[in-house]
Design a protein around this ligand. Structure first.
Ligand SMILES: Cc1cc2nc3c(=O)[nH]c(=O)nc-3n(C[C@H](O)[C@H](O)[C@H](O)COP(=O)(O)OP(=O)(O)OC[C@H]3O[C@@H](n4cnc5c(N)ncnc54)[C@H](O)[C@@H]3O)c2cc1C
Length: 400
């Protein structure tokens, strides 16, 4: 009987899971294993670049790559996972409900902004979480010049001073100048609940972020909690009011809702606990990877973060191990000792750190050059050629 590996999601981890599983099956010349990816689109959406302009162009086609590597693709959105029957339910491209049996399931459906009860966020705030919402934000910013000049028009508030909020905020002074002209008195404010900017980061990284903020004129409001957002601006819990036509919400990320269909331990962000083979705790035939997996990266207590660098390698290990279990070959324990960050700081440049203690290794133009090579080359899919794709899909191939 043929066996079936079904992968839900075609993001960084889903794509690499598929390629890695296909690689191992090919290596063992096994003809009886099918690999299928189900996702709403046959394309990789490059989420780490959604703070940039021309957002709708930040995708890469996957169908040619899947054709070249023998991976099946089904366009669809999964709504249910039935563990007892080993079956997923999805709506296909023409919105018909269908079911698909799996022998091994790889959950790779990513993450999204967490719902918040802060008043007005859903109605009035923009976000850059998904390509559609990021494109709406870009369209809105590009249209600001058509509004009458006012403080609210010239002010952008970014709620949340994490990596996403910082990269977005640092980009905005130059963008606003382009759109409103050099003479316009513009303002970019980061509203942060923590006691200092970047409280979670190393002192060295914080210092660089503050230097760039000062030089670019990006303001930080710390110890600040949002009470309400409306069409004219934002009100903080201490009563402060900032008039703004553009409030961007970047606070809180959670794992895909499909994780809730698997009754297993999850972390505070909804990620499924997995073992070193990336099997979901208690389920030998279900793997979780990328933003839906809570996985130890080493023996020192570090865990994968919701980042591309983790999603890519987690994907390669999950695909390899799902295929290995069907081929009865030894799985590879997931390990990812290295951890780096490369943060875009707009016209100032960028900052690159190494290690979990975030030692600053490069800044300004040198870091920016590295950032560009990461976001425009390293994280993109490989060429649609079997040999090249399989070489890169090897979980033990060099990576960051
Ligand atoms: C604005 C922003 C900036 C970021 N910046 C960085 C950065 O600088 N560096 C970094 O390392 N990381 C960054 N990240 C995080 C990074 O993008 C994620 O960690 C990464 O995309 C996770 O990969 P993934 O494969 O788990 O999920 P995703 O890439 O989100 O892919 C999920 C896939 O699942 C599909 N899917 C979802 N639901 C279903 C369903 N019900 N049925 C079928 N398919 C489904 C989606 O369509 C998609 O194909 C950023 C994220 C955002 C939003």
């Amino acid at each position: 009987m043929r066996k079936h590996i079904v992968i839900l999601g075609a993001g960084f981890s889903g794509m690499w899971s598929a390629l890695s599983a296909a690689r191992l099956v090919d290596l063992h010349q096994q003809e009886g294993i099918d690999i299928t990816v189900i996702a709403p689109q046959p394309e990789l959406r490059v989420r780490p670049r959604f703070y940039e302009t021309q957002v709708t162009s930040l995708t890469a086609p996957l169908q040619p790559l899947f054709n070249a590597t023998g991976v099946n693709f089904i366009q669809g959105t999964v709504s249910d996972i039935c563990i007892e029957n080993k079956e997923v339910t999805f709506h296909n491209a023409t919105n018909n409900k269908q079911h698909l049996h799996y022998d091994r399931l790889i959950l790779a459906t990513g993450s999204n902004l967490r719902h918040t009860f802060v008043a007005g966020v859903e109605q009035h705030a923009f976000n850059l979480d998904q390509i559609e919402s990021a494109a709406l934000l870009e369209q809105h910013i590009n249209g600001l010049a058509q509004h009458a000049q006012s403080v609210a028009r010239n002010t952008i508030v970014v709620c949340g001073g994490g990596f996403t909020g910082i990269e977005m905020a640092m980009e905005l002074p130059a963008r606003l100048r382009n759109i409103l002209g050099d003479e316009a008195k513009t303002r970019v404010v980061v509203v942060e609940r923590g006691p200092v900017p970047g409280a979670r980061y190393s002192q060295a990284l914080r210092d660089v972020i503050m230097q760039a903020s000062t030089e670019l004129g990006v303001e930080w409001l710390v110890n600040a909690q949002v009470e309400q957002i409306d069409a004219q601006g934002i009100t903080l819990k201490d009563g402060q009011r900032i008039a703004s036509k553009t409030v961007i919400w970047t606070v809180g990320v959670q794992a895909s809702a499909l994780t809730a269909h698997i009754p297993a331990p999850r972390d505070a962000q909804g990620r499924l606990h997995v073992n070193h083979r990336l099997q979901v705790e208690g389920y030998e035939d279900i793997y979780a990877t990328g933003d839906v997996a809570y996985a130890a990266t080493d023996d020192k207590g570090n865990h994968a973060l919701m980042t591309c660098q983790h999603a890519i390698l987690l994907g390669k290990f999950a695909g390899n191990n799902a295929a290995a279990s069907l081929l009865s070959v030894e799985p590879l324990p997931y390990r990812q000792e290295n951890y780096v960050t490369c943060l875009d700081l707009g016209a100032w440049g960028a900052v690159y750190t190494e290690g979990w203690d975030q030692q600053v290794k490069l800044t300004r133009a040198k870091a920016k050059k590295l950032k560009l090579s990461i976001t425009s080359e390293l994280i993109y899919p490989p060429k649609a050629e079997k040999a090249a794709a399989f070489e890169m899909a090897d979980p033990l191939a060099p990576f960051v």
